[in-house]
Design a protein around this ligand. Structure first.
Ligand SMILES: Nc1ncnc2c1ncn2[C@@H]1O[C@H](COP(=O)(O)OP(=O)(O)OP(=O)(O)O)[C@@H](O)[C@H]1O
Length: 684
């Protein structure tokens, strides 16, 4: 795969991506975490790169979100999904979903979304997801007590590359191996030529070492699992709770993880624990054993009456002999008992096995001395034996555990990825649930003329509820609205015109992302782009006016497949001129077959000025309740809605008319009904 052909990926980024294990898989599946693990690529960038790869795959020219407001809507919607994720990964992964004009891309995500909608986001799963995060590399592992040995310079470089965790030493011959064995607990000779050589020390010949690194350095897979123990355990819990399928044997994996300490050592082995404690406590136990013997001996001496003949005493003094010979002569039994007590203490305190006990016994010699003292040679021998046994045991346990785990590495990576992906699916499921969503139906192509085909122009929304309205779902009136071609949307102030445009934009953006839409039913055509122009505040200055007109000129020329949503463009200039300009824009859009909704308070004027029969829909006030307008939020087709002032004058006229009927004259303070009638006539 030519990584540089991805939009937004230059030479340097391509090189960084190439360092990943399987960059193609990561890019294809939008695996932002893996992409972000490439050197120098932050998460936000990773999402952009993933989007670029998707665009390239679907030959997507990009630019669907053609205006600031369109981009803002997309961002707000993404935010609503992100609010419903548990892991940071899922929030980032959502960034790879974007509205595309390409059918293949939309259908790809629709497939994903359909599965997501089947998911049941129960609290237990969400709780289990809390501990899942992308797996990390364990960093550099160094093993100092083991080394590789070779006689060959080329093999040396290969070994350094294949097993960087160990030192690689060059030796001349078997003699060299023996020397190395003095400095390392284990030496692994990697040349075939050493086969059959016997050298003192733990020297093994493994010509296949470089092909079987997990056996030579079990620390490598163990470090990976130790580093990621918690997220893996959480992913296991997610799979169990959600009843997901996996290639992993979850019980075996859990069992293996429970044997692994956070530092990569093996836990829960009594024999290893015994040896480790014996090594650590050896000096202290020998010290105590000495005290045991000496206390014993002191006690015995104190209680003993020693009779010694004068000539013996003389000869002892003359020979300069110490108390020791006296001891051996007079207190041999007590001495033997004291030393035995010391030996027993040592063997018991360190729980030594028979072989070890034999060495331990020699630490306290049979030759009487006072005070009783350890012998250094057997002590260091015991220390060496215990340490070697401990390392052998630890090594074997590590190798066994590594063998159990190493093969599962791939499956475990997938296990964690699936758990993280579930979070993405659950966010979609929760969004759909919270906003009452359905999958929209697309009219893909103009030549798709089957009976059930949705409209080829425009959109139809039934029971739509804008997810961007700052109201609880129960307070939102469902809106029905369908448009094909170019339409004006009129309506009372605060009737919900802007919210209707937001709803249409949200539905269209979500549909083109391949995701469910917040409505009971939606049918729409595939659009190339969304141009949504928000309401401008106040009259534009000449420069801004000019650039706005220019923008529409481009749109009129190239916007054939676009959906154009415009909110009260009239404020770009004076009211009379605005109507003329908007009418001209509508004509151009109509001619090139765009779909457009222009919200305007000047709908009447624009319609009169336009050179074609522009449709006008209206959001109607159905009445005034306590001075507030009661509104039918669904635009009425082909209906110019009355404006708010008109409704208020109408209300005053009605009240004044009722006053006349009641008392035969005008109502004081309300003015003559004729006045309101005169005002009303102006609206006709
Ligand atoms: N479908 C709806 N259900 C419930 N409330 C709604 C709905 N649509 C709009 N509203 C409420 O009406 C308020 C005004 O809506 P909106 O701003 O869309 O009206 P507008 O017609 O664009 O107003 P203006 O004429 O002032 O531009 C919103 O803030 C919202 O509280």
């Amino acid at each position: 795969m030519d990584l540089e052909s991805i939009p937004g990926v230059g030479e340097k980024t391509a090189r960084a991506l190439a360092e990943l294990d399987d960059p193609e898989r990561a890019l294809r599946t939008g695996d932002v975490a893996t992409i972000a693990s490439a050197p120098g690529i932050p998460q936000g960038r990773a999402a952009r790169i993933a989007r670029g790869a998707i665009r390239r795959e679907h030959d997507d020219p990009g630019g669907f979100l053609a205006t600031d407001r369109a981009r803002e809507i997309y961002r707000d919607l993404l935010g609503l999904f992100a609010d419903r994720t548990v892991t940071d990964y899922a929030a980032q992964r959502l960034e790879t979903f974007y509205p595309s004009p390409r059918r293949s891309r939309i259908e790809e995500v629709r497939e994903f979304a359909r599965e997501a909608l089947e998911r049941n986001p129960d609290d237990e799963i969400l709780e289990a997801l809390r501990g899942v995060e992308p797996l990390e590399s364990p960093g550099d592992v160094r093993v100092r007590e083991r080394c590789l040995a070779t006689t060959d310079a080329e093999r040396y470089s290969e070994a350094r590359e294949a097993i960087p965790e160990l030192s690689v030493e060059v030796v001349e011959d078997a003699q060299g191996l023996a020397e190395l064995a003095r400095g390392y607990s284990t030496v692994i000779a990697i040349d075939e030529s050493f086969a059959g050589v016997t050298v003192e020390g733990d020297v093994r010949v493994r010509a296949d070492a470089l092909e079987e690194p997990a056996e030579i350095v079990p620390e490598r897979p163990l470090a990976f699992f130790a580093r990621n123990r918690d997220p893996i355990a959480a992913a296991v819990a997610v799979h169990r709770t959600a009843g997901m399928e996996t290639d992993c044997d979850l019980d075996a994996l859990e069992d293996a993880l429970s044997r692994l300490e956070a530092d990569g050592t093996v836990a829960g082995d009594d024999e290893l624990d015994r040896l480790a404690i014996a090594v650590d406590d050896l000096d202290a136990a020998v010290g105590t054993a000495e005290s045991v013997a000496n206390d014993h001996l002191r006690e015995a001496i104190r209680e003993e009456d020693v009779t010694i003949e004068g000539s013996d005493l003389l000869s002892l003094v003359e020979r300069g002999a110490g108390i020791d010979s006296l001891l051996s002569r007079e207190l041999a039994d007590e001495y033997a008992a004291a030393v035995e007590a010391a030996r027993e203490h040592l063997i018991e305190a360190l729980s030594l096995d028979q072989g070890e006990a034999e060495v331990a016994r020699r630490i306290f010699g049979d030759e009487p001395t006072f005070p009783v003292e350890r012998e250094d040679e057997p002590l260091s021998r015991l220390r060496e034996e215990l340490t070697a046994a401990k390392e052998r045991r630890a090594g074997r346990l590590k190798r066994d555990l590594a063998a159990d785990l190493a093969d599962q590495r791939g499956a475990v990576r997938q296990l964690v990825r699936d758990a993280l992906e579930l979070d993405v699916e659950l966010a979609v499921a929760r969004f759909a649930d919270d906003f009452g969503c359905t999958m929209p139906a697309f009219g893909w192509d103009r030549d798709d003329e089957s009976d059930t085909a949705p409209p080829h122009a425009g959109f139809e929304i039934e029971g739509g509820r804008s997810p961007l309205l700052d109201e609880p779902r129960s307070a939102i009136d469902p809106v029905d609205y369908d448009v094909s071609g170019v339409t004006l949307l009129s309506g009372v102030n605060s009737g919900g015109k802007t919210s209707t445009l937001d709803l249409v934009a949200s539905v269209v953006v979500l549909a083109h992302m391949g995701l469910p839409v917040p409505a009971d039913r939606v049918r729409l055509r595939r659009f190339d782009a969304l141009h949504y122009h928000a309401k401008t505040q106040g009259t534009l200055d000449a420069g801004a006016f000019e650039s706005t007109v220019r923008e529409f000129a481009t749109l009129a020329e190239r916007g054939a497949g676009s959906l154009v949503l415009v909110d009260e463009l009239e404020s770009i200039t004076e009211p009379g001129a605005s109507a003329k300009i908007i009418a001209g824009i509508l004509e151009a859009l109509d001619e090139n077959g765009a779909t457009a909704v222009f919200v305007s308070h000047l709908a009447g004027e624009i319609r009169e000025t336009a050179g074609f029969d522009v449709a006008v829909d209206g959001i109607e006030a159905v009445g005034l309740v306590d001075g507030d307008l009661e509104v039918n939020r669904s635009p009425v087709k082909d209906h110019l809605a009355r404006s708010t002032p008109e409704l208020i004058v109408e209300k005053l006229a009605t009240e004044a008319g009722e006053g006349v009927a009641a008392n035969g004259g005008t109502v004081p303070g309300d003015g003559p009904p004729q006045f309101y009638d005169r005002l009303l006539e102006k609206f006709e």
